[in-house]
Design a protein around this ligand. Structure first.
Ligand code: NAD
Length: 323
């Protein structure tokens, strides 16, 4: 039985990836600073550990055939774009990548997946909300709009260097806004879909939902199951990447908020307020994904949002009954 390691297994995507890998028959070891707070903890073995520590990194790679590296210090716009967490984000995530890659190479791990982000694309190609450019070949000259994006770009290059110099098999994906149940939905690290669902779930008829920026900024969002499917397909392919893993269904943030409101059935309005928003427009370009994996996501945003809203609504109610 193949033994795989999921770094960041206590996180949102990591928790779901563990389930998928187990359903495919893998033996899975997870490592994270914390267990998944929503009970999505199904690895065969879970090590509570800090990958900034090289000793932990060498411990967790023992007897492992393949690694999925998702551990990172990350969050939504309120965490990434304020500038307040830049030093932590760069230091913490870079150390995880340096340590795990070094340990993997020394212990002879053959293959490693790295989760990069669409945040590494240059800001100058994402100024027009209706026409953003995020094809994989548009990454350079580099100019990400956040230190989070710069760290991702550095780490992509780090993984590619290990591939070139040590022959390690590497797979790199650039995720575009992954969302779904069992993701962070409160506390400051939540991303737009979860924040939107939470605000709507907490609101009462007649309330106005606060949305950061003018609401005309655009994004696309990919449901978690499709993300995990794409990761497995990339790992099984012979393509190193980087490749976008995202949806091409672009929507303005106000329309997105209205979608959450419509799902809830409540009578709410939108109030646009100043706040960190990131680039004006971003959409996945799936041309390369389709070409290399012969696959593309098909689930609609509405379908994914219905499932996500239902889960967050339940979380909000549980939370309200405790406090
Ligand atoms: P997440 O925050 O839920 O998961 C990341 C996990 O890494 C967390 O559980 C965290 O505790 C863990 N971690 C952080 N520092 C660590 C350390 N020093 N040692 C051990 N574990 C540590 O985030 P996610 O949404 O599941 O994202 C997973 C990966 O995908 C990240 O690398 C992220 O940058 C990338 N990504 C996610 C999205 C998205 O929309 N969710 C988009 C682009 C890229």
């Amino acid at each position: 039985m193949k033994k795989v390691l999921v770094c960041g297994a206590g996180g949102f995507i990591g928790g779901h990836l563990v389930n998928k890998l187990k359903s495919l028959g893998f033996w899975v070891r997870g490592v994270d600073l914390k267990e998944n707070e929503y009970g999505n903890n199904n690895s065969n073995e879970f090590i509570l550990g800090d990958l900034r520590d090289p000793i932990i990194a060498s411990k967790v790679v023992q007897d492992i055939d393949e690694i999925y590296q998702l551990a990172a210090d990350m969050g939504g716009a309120g965490y990434i774009f304020t500038g307040e967490h830049d030093a932590d984000v760069m230091n913490n995530s870079a150390l995880c990548n340096l340590n795990i890659l070094g340990a993997a190479q020394k212990s002879g791990v053959k293959k490693i997946f790295y989760s990069s982000s669409a945040c590494m694309y240059p800001e100058y190609n994402q100024m027009d909300p209706n026409n953003p450019k995020c094809s994989e070949d548009s990454a350079y000259p580099a100019n990400p709009d956040s230190e989070y994006g710069w760290e991702k770009l550095f780490s992509e290059r780090l993984y590619l260097s290990y591939h070139r110099n040590y022959g390690m098999e590497v797979r790199i994906a650039r995720f575009h806004n992954i969302f779904g149940p069992q993701g962070t939905w409160n506390g400051g690290k939540e991303k737009a879909p979860a924040a939107m669902c939470r605000k709507v779930a907490e609101a009462k008829d007649g309330d106005a939902i606060e949305v950061w920026g003018d609401g005309k900024q655009t994004r696309s969002f990919l449901y978690i199951d499709e993300c995990v499917e794409a990761v497995i397909r990339l790992m099984d392919s012979d393509f190193t990447g980087p490749v976008n893993i995202g949806s091409e269904e672009m929507i303005s943030i106000n329309d997105f908020a209205n979608m959450a409101i419509a799902i809830s059935g409540k009578n709410l309005t939108i109030k646009n307020i100043p706040g960190p928003t990131g680039v004006r427009g971003r959409n996945s370009d799936n041309k390369l994904l389709k070409e290399k994996l012969n696959w593309e996501p098909t689930m609609s945003l509405l379908e994914g949002m219905k499932l996500t809203f239902e889960w967050i609504n339940t979380q909000v109610k549980k939370h309200e009954s405790v406090f």
